[in-house]
Design a protein around this ligand. Structure first.
Ligand code: CUA
Length: 319
């Protein structure tokens, strides 16, 4: 990792993700424009104070009429279009950070005072570290066990709050191998400043080697399936779809709610439906499902969601 430094102090983090390049382009353009405006204003302030100092013979009184209106209209329109362009460009950059590419690797992140717990799709777990392959999109589904934290990776120009009782999502695609700082960017208690970790970006070969070296004992979806049976979910969800929606093929599908709203069944929706079943009720079903809030831990929720995601519609159930 090589951050830009000045006299040995890091002043600007390295660009290590696709989003970092986009974010920096906006930043440097806005910074450049600000410098130009600063220069013009400073030049005029200093120039005029010298030219019109007390006792100088410079001509005072009204400007020649030609300069007055044209220049005024020109700079007003010019700055309006500049501001609109900046707004459009910055929003486009921001929105590109929200839409996850569909084939991203999905990683569950659980934040707690004061550590980051990470769970990979194959069940591998890490604490305060996240190993990812270079040049592949990675989606993070995050939640907190206690207070609000914030997942911040300066080299990726990526920051997303991690909230208790709710799943937030974000994604990144690393563009260079190396180890990058992970920080908590929301004050969360005494050891907030020590709630740090590393994102280790690896070449595809190294990543494959790392993956095979991980213990695979607890496959996320398989563990979720055991929980699914233990909690008795199957008694309503796995038969004919009369009492409750069939979950096979649910993930990623559009679902019609009782409010006629259409929602995409992503990980956050599935998670919310386990915790607050009455919030987004599927059209045609009575509100009979109990909430599992407090009954399942965040780690178990991640397992249940992984299990429901893994239910492909190969059983021939009607969605
Ligand atoms: Cu976690 Cu600050």
């Amino acid at each position: 990792m090589n951050d830009a430094t000045f006299a040995g102090l890091p002043i600007f983090p390295v660009e290590a993700s696709t989003q970092a390049v986009r974010t920096d382009a906006v930043f440097f353009l806005e910074f450049g424009i600000s410098l130009v405006i600063l220069g013009v204003v400073a030049f005029l302030v200093i120039g005029f104070s010298i030219r019109y100092r007390r006792g100088s013979k410079a001509r005072r009184g009204p400007l020649p009429s030609l300069i007055r209106s044209e220049i005024e209209i020109g700079w007003t329109l010019g700055t309006i279009f500049l501001a609109l362009f900046l707004f459009w460009w910055a929003s486009a950059t921001y929105f590109s950070a929200l839409a996850t590419p569909p084939k991203a690797i999905e990683i569950h992140v659980l934040a707690k005072q004061w550590m980051w717990k990470v769970e990979h799709p194959d069940g591998a777990r890490e604490i305060n570290a996240l190993h990812v392959p270079v040049n592949e999109p990675v989606r993070l589904i995050m939640t907190s066990q206690d207070v609000i934290h914030s997942f911040f990776v300066p080299a990726f120009r990526m920051k997303k709050d991690v909230l208790p009782g709710r799943a937030t999502e974000t994604w990144f695609q690393a563009t260079r191998t190396g180890t990058y700082h992970l920080e908590c960017a929301e004050y969360c208690g005494t050891d907030h400043s020590r709630m740090t970790g590393s994102i280790i970006v690896m070449s595809p070969d190294d990543y494959a080697r790392w993956q095979t070296a991980q213990p695979q004992a607890d496959n996320l979806a398989a563990a979720g399936g055991t929980l699914f049976d233990m909690l008795g979910c199957a008694s309503c969800h796995e038969t004919d779809g009369k009492r409750a929606p069939v979950l096979y093929g649910l993930y990623g599908r559009r679902v019609k709610l009782s409010t006629d709203e259409i929602i995409v069944a992503d990980s956050a929706y599935i998670r919310d439906s386990i915790l607050q079943p009455r919030k987004d009720l599927v059209a045609g079903y009575p509100p009979i499902m109990p909430s599992f809030k407090g009954a399942v831990s965040d780690a178990d929720l991640a397992r249940l969601v992984a299990y429901i995601r893994s239910l492909k519609n190969s059983q021939g159930y009607k969605p």
